[in-house]
Ligand binder design. Structure first.
Ligand code: NAI
Ligand code: MG
Length: 500
């Protein structure tokens, strides 16, 4: 992108912020490496984007759904062709290792294929009437302009979960990506443009949350908001949308746990814990930051996990020998380290990690050593608050009931897992674990797009993304009644037809 930072895409044109402000995106593996300079948008830019989206809405809504779907199919093919380049760009802009970046892009490809198929699926129901010669049906209809506010940890996948269903349903979009990954948002939108998305249907405004993001929430031209990010910001957005009577779906934090029972395959459970805790440097909403382990197997599990954790190689995600990349930025690095200090002060026992890496060459980036606490207790802050970094802790349990209770004792409800060899224990877990996603003998991360994704309690506000309900958040149901009787009699409903 040029020095003018024309990174806003509004009404079919790449433009700079009206006030002319810019900001930089940097590589978290070496923060002196600048990825690009981007438009720092404010209210006037968001309003221009919303107006363009409003203007494009009537024609887009009227386009037959299979034609809208064909554009998503082309986007899937273009993303496939560019998967290597986009994945490398992702590792450079936000740090996750290349195999994970490829997985992120693949999710968008899968989502595009999956949602495109809905373009030829039933879009409503025919329903019998209680009256003669009355036709009844209900159909799904779009709402208008959808505002998308997304985080940096899945910079292609999360926008695709929100945007593809919105577009297929006939909505137009204003997209405000995270300030840490604006370059990937530009690439994503460029791909949609090449796929043939009409002018004004997708609009991009880059910038900060309290400026561009807040303006998306406030805009009178945007009746639907979909947000993924921190619970703190989600709570504020949901409250404001309540006042404005806007539709809002929030996908927020997690405090996910893996339960390891005494009959579990310990080797399998250790591998699952290692991946759940340290994959994406712990920066997944599904990361396992609590390991609830039966006391009979706690020391064996802990020692095996600690050995494998010490063997993890930190480094640039582009290096194929790297297991764990940097965290997103200095602010998060300090926040993570602050939580480790909290854990120490609360009396949890640090068994490995617990430090910002400062030696060369990693010291130029945002690296945190993978960290395990033992003797964590359920009420500790490190067992209750989302840390969003490579930090996990072991809590001892002495029974299945106790372990399930501890697992559920958190304000969040995204992803919970249990390892066991006993089918009865597995079914208890499926019943009792209070979360949107439950795994048995699998890590807490690893959702597939054809199943609903989202959480209970403070993880969200009751919505799900992906799956066959992917369009729920951005559509309304319209019920339709048609009288085709040749009689002139008025036949009413909602009235007692028994005369007395
Ligand atoms: P954040 O919640 O501040 O940012 C997420 C998105 O919301 C970004 O696009 C941001 O620009 C926007 N935003 C921020 N403030 C806003 C406002 N007032 N109005 C409208 N939009 C706003 O998250 P951030 O700062 O990137 O990370 C902080 C913490 O959030 C992390 O440590 C983690 O705990 C949590 N988080 C959780 C995620 C998850 O997947 N569960 C994803 C990202 C962050
Ligand atoms: Mg960056």
């Amino acid at each position: 992108m040029s020095h003018e930072a024309k990174t806003n895409y509004i009404g079919g044109k790449w433009t700079a912020a009206q006030a002319g402000g810019t900001f930089k995106s940097v590589n978290p593996a070496r923060t002196n490496e600048v990825i690009g300079v981007f438009a720092r948008s404010h209210r006037e830019d968001v309003e221009a984007a919303a107006a363009a989206a409003q203007a494009a809405y009537p024609a887009w809504r009227r386009l037959p759904a299979p034609a809208r779907a064909a554009i998503l199919s082309r986007a899937a093919r273009l993303l496939e062709e560019r998967k290597d380049a986009i994945s490398r760009q992702m590792t450079r802009e936000m740090g996750k290792v290349l195999t994970e970046a490829r997985g992120d892009v693949q999710e968008a490809i899968d989502m595009a294929h999956y949602i495109a198929a809905f373009g030829r699926m039933p879009n409503g129901s025919l329903v019998p009437s209680e009256r003669a010669d009355i036709f009844c049906a209900a159909k799904r209809v779009p709402i208008g302009v959808v505002g998308l506010i997304t985080p940096w940890n899945f910079p292609i996948a999360i926008p695709s979960w929100k945007m593809f269903p919105a577009l297929l349903a006939g909505n137009t979009v204003v997209f405000k990506p995270a300030e840490d990954t604006p370059g990937l948002a530009v690439t994503f939108v460029e791909t949609l443009i090449e796929a043939g998305i009409p002018t004004g249907v997708v609009n991009l405004v880059t910038g900060f949350g309290d400026e561009a993001g807040a303006a998306v929430v406030e805009s009178g031209a945007i009746p639907v908001i979909s947000f993924t990010g921190s619970t703190e910001v989600g709570r504020r957005i949901a409250a404001r949308c309540g006042q404005l009577m806007k539709r809002v779906s929030c996908e927020l934090g997690g405090k996910n746990a893996i339960v390891v029972m005494d009959d579990a395959d310990i080797e399998l459970a250790v591998k699952g814990a290692l991946w759940s805790a340290f994959g994406t440097s712990g920066q997944r909403c599904t990361a396992a930051s609590r390991l609830i382990v039966h006391r009979h197997v706690r020391s064996a599990f802990r020692d095996a996990l600690a050995d494998r954790t010490r063997a993890l190689r930190l480094g640039d995600g582009l290096d194929p020998s790297t297991d764990v990349g940097p965290v997103i930025n200095r602010r998060q690095l300090d926040r993570i380290h602050g939580y480790v200090d909290v854990g120490r002060a609360e009396g949890a026992r640090l068994i490995t990690g617990g430090a910002i890496v400062s030696d060369d060459p990693l010291g130029e980036g945002c690296y945190y050593s993978p960290t395990i606490f033992d003797e964590m207790r359920p009420a500790m802050r490190i067992a209750q608050e989302e840390i969003f970094g490579p930090v996990t802790g072991i809590i001892e349990a002495d029974s299945l009931d106790g372990a399930l209770r501890i697992a559920n004792e958190t304000g969040y409800g995204l992803s919970l897992s249990l390892y066991t060899a006993d089918v009865r224990t597995a079914f208890r877990a499926m019943e009792e674990l209070d979360a949107g996603i439950v795994y048995v003998n699998l890590p807490t991360s690893g959702a597939e797009i054809q199943l609903p994704f989202g959480g209970t309690k403070q993880t969200g506000n009751g919505h799900r993304e992906a799956g066959w309900m992917a369009m729920d958040y951005c559509t309304e149901w319209k019920s339709i009644y048609v009288n085709y009787s040749s009689s002139a009699d008025l036949v009413r409903a909602q009235i007692d037809t028994v005369e007395n």
